[in-house]
Every structure is written in C-alpha cells, then in structure tokens.
Design a protein around this ligand. Structure first.
Ligand SMILES: [Zn+2]
Ligand SMILES: [Zn+2]
Length: 187
C-alpha cells in the first residue's frame, strides 16, 4: 500500500514538472531542465521549435542550436525558426517582411509586365483580384504588397529568386503562388 502512495506522489511531481516546463517553453524561455534534441539526441538546455514534421505525426521538431542551424528550417541571419507551410516547405518570416519592404516595387513591376504576355493572363489576374480583395479585408495591405508578398514567400519556400517565381507564374499559371488555384491550372 505504502509503495503505491509513493508512486502516486512521484507521478504527480513528474506531471507538475512537465507542466512547469511546458509553460516556460510557451513563454519563450528555455527550461533549466535539459531536454534531448530530437535530431542528434544529445542533451541541451536550449530548445528551438522547428516546423519539421516527424514520422510519428508530430508537426514540430525540438532541436538544439547546432541541429537547428543545419536543419534548413532555421534562419541563421535572424537566429529564429522558420514558419512552416502545409506542403512541408519553410521560410523565415522576417526575411519575407524585409524583402517585401525593400523590393515590392521592383517585383510588382516585373510581375505585371511579364503577365501581360502570359497565356494564363486572364486567370492570373482574376485569381489575384479575388485573393487580394479578401486579404485586404483582413490585413488592409495594398494590392501590390499582397502580390509581392505572395511572390517573395513562394520564392523563399522553394529556395528560388522572386524573378524565377514571376517567370514560373507567367508560364504555369496562378497556382504557383496561390496554391488553391493550382487544381484549375492542371485542368
Ligand atoms: Zn541536436
Ligand atoms: Zn530571416
């Protein structure tokens, strides 16, 4: 009987520690209890939550600094994990913001001059109008910024340049930057 009670107490303590640790992680602090990196399996006091799916279905991978930097899902310039996307690709949010802030004019000029000669011109403009309208309703960002953001995000996810993405949209259709338009591209 006595042993059981001890076990119960231990179990409660363990749960309490688990929640304490989880709360600290949620607040963005590293817990002082070391954890095991899910990539190299060595203990580490720093946790990076990477948007890398695991075989058991988990959507994130907890990694030490070294593994994070090598993972491809961590921005070494901004020292932060990437955002994860549904198809498994990732990109740094700050890199997207910076590129959009500096290059929007250049990107949209190129975009609209290329699209003029695209065989998919009508569909590209239709899909973009619908999408940019609905995004504007949420974020209030101007049309050009939304178009440039879609191009830049796709470029960083696919590790290509914005120019390459603009080319691809003009050749393949709006599905390149607007994933839900993809099915119609393939019809
Ligand atoms: Zn590691
Ligand atoms: Zn970055």
């Amino acid at each position: 009987m006595r042993d059981k009670r001890v076990d119960y107490k231990k179990c409660c303590l363990r749960q309490l520690n688990f929640f304490k640790r989880a709360m600290k992680i949620e607040q963005g602090k590293s817990p002082e209890i070391s954890f095991k990196c899910e990539i190299c399996r060595s203990p580490s006091s720093i946790i990076n939550i990477l948007p890398i799916r695991q075989q058991d279905g988990k959507l994130n991978t907890l990694a030490c600094d070294k593994c994070a930097e090598k993972s491809g899902a961590f921005c070494t310039t901004h020292q932060r994990p990437h955002l994860g996307f549904e198809d498994g690709t990732t990109a740094c949010k700050v890199c997207i913001d910076e590129k959009v802030a500096t290059d929007t004019e250049k990107i949209t000029n190129e975009f609209f001059s290329k699209i003029k000669n695209s065989p998919h011109k009508k569909r590209i403009l239709e899909e973009l109008d619908n999408w940019a309208d609905s995004v504007y309703g949420i974020t209030g960002l101007p049309y050009d910024v939304n178009v440039s953001r879609a191009v830049v995000t796709t470029a960083l996810r696919l590790k290509k340049t914005p120019e390459e993405i603009v080319d691809q949209v003009s050749k393949e259709g709006p599905g390149v930057i607007l994933p839900w338009a993809k099915e119609k591209d393939e019809d």
